[in-house]
Design a protein around this ligand. Structure first.
Ligand code: ASN
Length: 314
């Protein structure tokens, strides 16, 4: 006998596993993985393996539940993003990327956004010595390459999803964060995404709007040298990244001014004290990218084992 919860889950998911929608979406996703990994290798990046547990992980700006594992008295957290490991991995190689599973125990209010899963994968990359301009240029070329390659290799899938994928034109439009916030009140990212038919960058976030590791512009205190990319047609946020704080003093100051407990970041700070390279990078969500390419209403529709906040899943 199975528990009612297990029965209910299998009822919801079993037939769906054999559905045409899922079969085609996962094929598209596989092409996205191939296209993005191939592109980055061609551009001198080395793929590293993802980190699943660590004593230190991304604090994020919004509240997520703490996901912890204890092992022989050591407390590890499940990775919320590999940001710190990316910076540290640059001691080994100058350009790195990983398909990094992230666990974010999101509040149940985010269950209906169509964009949030508790477990998702981001293609996370970092470039030693790079500027924001350089990673934005790389991001545009990467997205264009993925869309071109998927268009070429998945014509049947695009027909199936009735998706007329438009390959965007460079350079993508840019809007400064404060201007965006003032011009479109409330969910400005949603409105901007809705009103555009090509991707749009939001640049120069306010210091209080982002995590401490994005670099504050020394010439414009209070403004970060970072960016988000929004998909067009209302699909919302695609990626976020920027230049990084990397010197011990700056990292420590930023942690303190954000009101975080420096002890939580002790290990990362110890690496920063020894010296971390200047860098820039970003992370782009693979599940959201799959949703965008397939033109699906929700991320759940195109994920093989979707973990929607608050709902039991496999
Ligand atoms: N991956 C993002 C970055 O590189 C961080 C995040 O996912 N929160 O900036």
């Amino acid at each position: 006998m199975h528990s009612p919860k297990a029965e209910e889950l299998v009822e919801r998911r079993y037939d769906r596993m054999k559905s045409e929608v899922l079969r085609r979406a996962i094929k598209v996703q596989s092409e996205i993985l191939q296209a993005s990994g191939g592109f980055l290798r061609q551009h001198g990046f080395v793929e590293i393996l993802p980190v699943i547990i660590s004593p230190v992980t991304d604090p994020l700006r919004h509240a997520t539940g703490r996901a912890e594992v204890e092992h022989y008295g050591h407390r590890y957290q499940l990775t919320r993003s590999m940001i710190f490991h990316k910076q540290i991995a640059l001691l080994t190689h100058d350009r790195i990327f990983a398909f990094s599973p992230n666990i974010r125990l999101e509040p149940v209010e985010l269950a209906d956004t169509g964009r949030h899963l508790v477990e998702f994968t981001q293609l996370d990359l970092e470039m030693r010595g790079a500027t924001r301009e350089e990673v934005m240029d790389l991001g545009e070329n990467l997205l264009i390459h993925i869309l071109e390659q998927v268009g070429e290799r998945c014509p049947e899938e695009m027909d199936f999803f009735e998706r007329d994928l438009v390959v965007p034109h460079k350079p993508f439009e840019r809007i400064a964060y404060r201007e965006a916030r003032d011009r479109y009140a409330g969910d400005f990212e949603g409105v901007i995404s809705q009103q555009h038919d090509e991707p749009v960058w939001i640049v120069d976030m306010a210091v209080e709007a982002r995590e401490f590791y994005d670099r504050e512009d020394p010439d414009r205190p209070g403004t970060l040298v970072d960016m988000d990319l929004l998909y067009p047609e209302g699909f919302g946020e695609a990626l976020s990244g920027g230049e990084r704080e990397h010197t011990f003093d700056r990292v420590q100051q930023r942690i303190e001014s954000t009101g975080l407990d420096a002890e939580e970041f002790e290990l990362y700070l110890a690496f920063a004290r020894r010296g971390l390279p200047a860098s820039a990078g970003f992370g782009i969500g693979i599940d959201r990218l799959t949703r965008f390419v397939c033109g699906s209403r929700t991320i759940e529709e195109v994920a093989l084992f979707p973990k929607v906040p608050g709902t039991l899943s496999l």
